[in-house]
Design a protein around this ligand. Structure first.
Ligand code: ADP
Ligand code: MG
Length: 706
C-alpha cells in the first residue's frame, strides 16, 4: 500500500519537476496541452504510429502517401533568398532517384547541421507542389544514429503545437519526456481494473499498457494496450453513471403507480384515434413497468420525428391520473406548448379531464386561478413552457412529468422540477433527435431508454431533392404545382443566431421575393420568426394550420414538433448552413399526411466537403439514427447539440464513433460489478475504488447531467 501511495504521489507531481521540463516548458505544456501533472503526460496518447521498419524507395514516393521513411543521402544543399527571409532546399537521393527537400524555418541552423553525402534516414510527408514532388521539413537522422536509437518498430506520434515545437516539444521531444517519465515511476502503476475483468479479456496490466501505448513492441501488443486503455476509460465512465443511478434509486423512493385504471382504459377503448404501432405499445409497457417498480423513473424516449411520441406521453399521463396524481408536460417553445395543449385537451375533454396551459404569456389573472386549481387538485394536467418551472406553481400531487425535446432543458431546470412535488415525480424525456447508441449510453447513461423505432403505417417516405440557388425558378414552379393540388409549403431560413441582422435580412428578402412570386389573391403567405410577439406568431401559425395561407416562411422557430398534416413540401434555404440533425428535424415537419411529401434543400454553388456530405446524407436516407451517426462522425461527440457543457465526452483514447463494442462490454461489466457489490467494498476492488475517487475529484460534476 505504501508503495502505491508513493506512486500516486509521484504521478501527481507538478510537471515542472520532471527532468528536462522546467518552468517555461511547463507553462507551455499547461496552456497548450492541459498537462499539469506527471500523470497528464502519461495520458497524452499518441494519435498515430509510424512503422519504422518500413522503408520506401525514392521512386515509390507519391503525393498521396502518408509519412514515409527513406534511406539515402543529400547531394546538394542551398539557401535560396525569398522576398521575406530565405528557404533551404536539398536534393535527396537513393539508387532509384532523387526528391527535393525544403525548409522555410530554421534555415541557418538546419543547413549547418546537415552533411552532404552522408547516409541518412529521412522521415517526412511527400507533397505535390506545382506538379513537383517535395518533402517539406523532413526529419533526418544519420543511419548510424538510427541504428543506435531505441525507437525501432512502431514509433508514436504525439499531438504538438507551434508553441510546443518552439520549446523543442515536437512529437519527438514529447516522446523523450514520456520515456523518461516511464523510467522514473518508482515501481509498477497500481492496477485499476478488477482482476476478473483483466483475466476475462486477457488485458495487459495497466503498467504494461502504458508502456506499450507509448513504446509499442509490435502491432499486437499495441492493439492489446489500446483496447485495454479504451475499455478502462469507458468502464469508469459507466461505473460512475451506473453507480449514480443505483444511488439515486436507493436514496429517492419512487411513487408507485400500481394500476392502470379507468382513464387509461376509457381512452384506449373509446377515443384512441388509431391503432398504436407495435413500437408505441412496447414503449408504453416499458414505462408502465418502470413507474410501477417503486423506483423513480428517469427515462429517455427516443423516436424519430413523426413516430408518435405525443400519444405515448398522453397515455402514460393517464396512468398517473389513474393513480391519483397530476401530470405535467413541458415543451421548449410556446408554439409547441400550445400545440400540445390543444391536442391533449381535445383528446381528453370527453373524459372530463381538466388540462391547462401555462406559458410566459399567460396573464396574471389566469395564473392565479390556475395556481388555485393546481393546488386543490382540480386541474389534472398542466402543459407549458419553462414558465412551468419559473412560476411559483405548486401541485397538489405531481406524479409524472413529460419533457419534450430534452436538449433545450438544463440540469438546473430539471432539479427545479423535483421540488414541485414532495416525492420526485417520474420523468420521461422525449427527444426526436436520435442519438447514436454510443452517445446515448454515455451522455444519458444513467437514464433508462426507450426507442420508438417504427413509424405509423401508411406514411410515404419523404423525397428529398438538392437544388442550387440558380434553380430557384424551377423550385417556385414546383411549389405552384403542389399548391394547385391543395398542399401547403414551408420555406425555412437559417437563423443561426436569433439576433443576427444578416439572417433577418435574408429572411425578409426571401419573404418579399416569395410574396412577389406568389401574389395575392391567388396565394397567401405567412411569416413566423423569433422576433415576433407570441400573439402574432400564434396568429400566423393558426392561419397556416387552418389552411388560410399556403406558404409559411419561417426561421427554425418551427424546428420542433409543429404538426400540420396537409403541409407536404419543406423548402430549406441555405441548407448548407444547417447541421444534419436540424435538417432532419425540419424535414420531419412534412410527411405527416397521406400525400407524397418533398423536402427541397437549396444551397449555393460552392459546398464544403462536410456540406456536401450532409446534403448527400439527407438525399439518400430518412433514417434518423443513420443521420445521427453521420452527424457524430462529421462533428465529433463534443459538438452534438446540448452535449458540450457536460465534459463527459472529453475522451482521451476511446472514440465514440467507433468503439461501440468496447463500450457495450464496459457498460455490461460495470453493471454486473455494481450488482454484485454496489459499494465496491470487496478488498480486491481497492484499485478500482481509488481510480473512481480520482476521477470523481477530477470531474466532480458530470454525473449530474440528468
Ligand atoms: P412526434 O414523435 O414527432 O412527436 P407526433 O406525436 O406528433 O410525432 O405524431 C405525428 C403524427 O402521427 C400525429 O399526427 C399523430 O396523430 C400521428 N400518429 C401517432 N401515432 C400514430 C399511429 N399509431 N397511427 C397513426 N397515426 C399516428
Ligand atoms: Mg413531438
Amino acid at each position: 500500500m505504501e508503495k502505491e501511495d508513493g506512486i500516486r504521489a509521484f504521478l501527481s507531481t507538478p510537471i515542472e519537476y520532471l527532468k528536462g521540463v522546467g518552468p517555461q516548458r511547463a507553462d507551455t505544456l499547461k496552456t497548450e496541452s492541459g498537462i499539469f501533472f506527471f500523470e497528464d503526460l502519461l495520458r497524452l496518447f499518441p494519435f498515430r504510429y509510424i512503422d519504422r521498419t518500413r522503408f520506401y524507395k525514392v521512386n515509390e514516393l507519391k503525393g498521396d502517401l502518408p509519412y514515409v521513411q527513406v534511406k539515402g543521402q543529400i547531394t546538394t544543399l542551398k539557401a535560396v533568398p525569398l522576398k521575406r527571409g530565405q528557404k533551404l532546399t536539398a536534393r535527396f537521393e537513393d539508387e532509384t532517384g532523387s526528391v527535393e527537400l525544403v525548409w522555410f524555418q530554421g534555415v541557418r541552423w538546419i543547413k549547418d547541421k546537415l552533411q552532404i553525402n552522408t547516409p541518412y534516414v529521412l522521415f517526412g510527408k511527400p507533397v505535390l507542389y506545382q506538379r513537383q514532388l517535395n518533402i517539406p521539413h523532413p526529419d533526418l537522422e544519420t543511419v548510424a544514429d538510427f541504428n543506435a536509437s531505441p525507437l525501432k518498430g512502431l514509433q508514436a506520434v504525439y499531438p504538438s503545437t507551434e508553441k510546443l515545437k518552439r520549446r523543442g516539444l515536437d512529437s519527438r521531444g514529447l516522446s523523450k519526456l514520456i520515456r523518461q517519465l516511464l523510467e522514473q515511476i518508482p515501481g509498477k502503476l497500481p492496477e485499476t481494473l478488477p482482476d476478473k475483468i483483466i483475466r476475462h479479456f486477457n488485458f495487459p496490466e495497466l503498467h504494461a499498457a502504458y508502456q506499450q501505448i507509448h513504446f509499442p513492441q509490435n502491432p499486437d501488443t499495441l492493439e492489446a494496450a489500446r483496447n485495454r486503455l479504451k475499455f478502462e476509460e469507458l468502464f469508469f465512465i459507466q461505473l460512475r453513471l451506473l453507480k449514480a443511478k443505483t444511488q439515486r434509486h436507493h436514496d429517492v423512493p419512487g411513487i408507485v403507480f400500481s394500476k392502470v385504471g379507468q382513464h387509461f382504459h376509457a381512452f384506449y377503448d373509446q377515443y384512441l384515434p388509431f391503432e398504436l404501432t407495435g413500437a408505441q405499445k412496447k414503449v408504453i409497457r416499458e414505462i408502465r413497468q418502470d413507474m410501477g417498480s417503486g423506483k423513480q423513473m428517469n427515462r429517455l424516449l427516443q423516436g424519430d420525428v413523426g413516430s408518435g411520441k405525443t400519444m405515448v406521453a398522453l397515455l402514460t399521463m393517464l396512468i398517473a391520473l389513474d393513480n391519483g396524481y397530476q401530470a405535467a408536460l413541458m415543451a421548449p417553445t410556446e408554439i409547441l406548448a400550445i400545440q400540445h395543449y390543444e391536442s391533449i385537451s381535445r383528446y381528453l375533454e370527453p373524459l372530463g379531464i381538466r388540462t391547462a396551459l401555462l406559458t410566459g404569456s399567460t396573464k396574471a389573472s389566469e395564473r392565479k386561478s390556475l395556481h388555485e386549481s393546481l393546488a386543490s387538485g382540480e386541474l389534472h394536467i398542466l402543459v407549458g413552457t419553462h414558465a412551468l418551472l419559473e412560476d411559483p406553481v405548486s401541485f397538489k400531487k405531481l406524479g409524472f412529468v413529460v419533457i419534450d425535446e430534452q436538449h433545450r432543458f438544463g440540469v438546473a431546470q430539471r432539479a427545479r422540477l423535483w421540488k414541485k412535488s414532495v416525492r420526485p415525480p417520474h420523468i420521461l424525456v422525449m427527444t426526436a433527435t436520435p442519438i447514436p447508441r454510443t452517445l446515448a449510453m454515455t451522455l444519458y447513461g444513467d437514464l433508462d431508454t426507450s426507442v420508438i423505432d417504427e413509424l405509423p403505417p401508411g406514411r410515404k417516405p419523404i423525397k428529398t431533392i438538392h437544388q442550387f440557388d440558380s434553380a430557384r425558378l424551377a423550385v417556385f414552379g414546383f411549389m405552384k404545382k403542389e399548391i394547385a393540388k391543395g398542399r401547403q409549403i414551408y420555406v425555412v431560413y437559417p437563423l443561426i443566431q436569433e439576433s443576427e441582422k444578416m439572417d433577418y435580412k435574408d429572411l425578409q428578402d426571401g419573404f418579399e421575393s416569395i410574396e412577389k412570386a406568389f401574389p395575392a389573391p391567388e396565394y397567401h403567405v405567412s411569416i413566423v420568426h423569433g422576433k415576433m410577439k407570441p400573439a402574432d406568431k400564434d396568429f400566423e401559425m393558426k392561419r397556416f394550420q387552418e389552411g388560410k395561407t399556403q406558404i409559411m416562411v419561417a426561421t427554425t422557430v418551427i424546428e420542433v414538433g409543429v404538426d400540420v398534416p396537409n403541409a407536404s413540401v419543406m423548402v430549406i434555404e441555405s441548407a448548407e448552413r444547417f447541421g444534419l440533425s436540424q435538417l432532419h428535424q425540419l424535414r420531419g415537419r412534412v410527411g405527416r399526411g397521406a400525400d407524397q411529401s418533398y423536402c427541397v434543400l437549396m444551397t449555393g454553388d460552392k459546398l464544403s466537403d462536410d456540406g456536401r456530405t450532409r446534403i448527400k446524407t439527407m438525399t439518400t436516407t430518412n433514417d434518423g439514427f443513420r443521420i445521427a451517426q453521420v452527424d457524430l462522425e462529421l462533428r465529433g461527440p463534443g459538438d452534438i447539440s446540448g452535449t458540450r457543457q457536460s465534459g463527459i465526452l472529453d475522451l482521451k483514447i476511446a472514440d465514440l464513433t467507433k468503439d461501440y463494442d468496447i463500450l457495450s462490454h464496459a457498460r455490461k461489466l460495470a453493471a454486473r460489478l455494481l450488482q454484485q457489490d454496489p459499494k465496491l467494498q470487496d478488498v480486491s476492488l481497492q484499485g478500482t475504488r481509488n481510480e473512481l475517487l480520482r476521477l470523481e475529484k477530477l470531474h466532480p460534476n458530470w454525473s449530474m447531467i440528468s
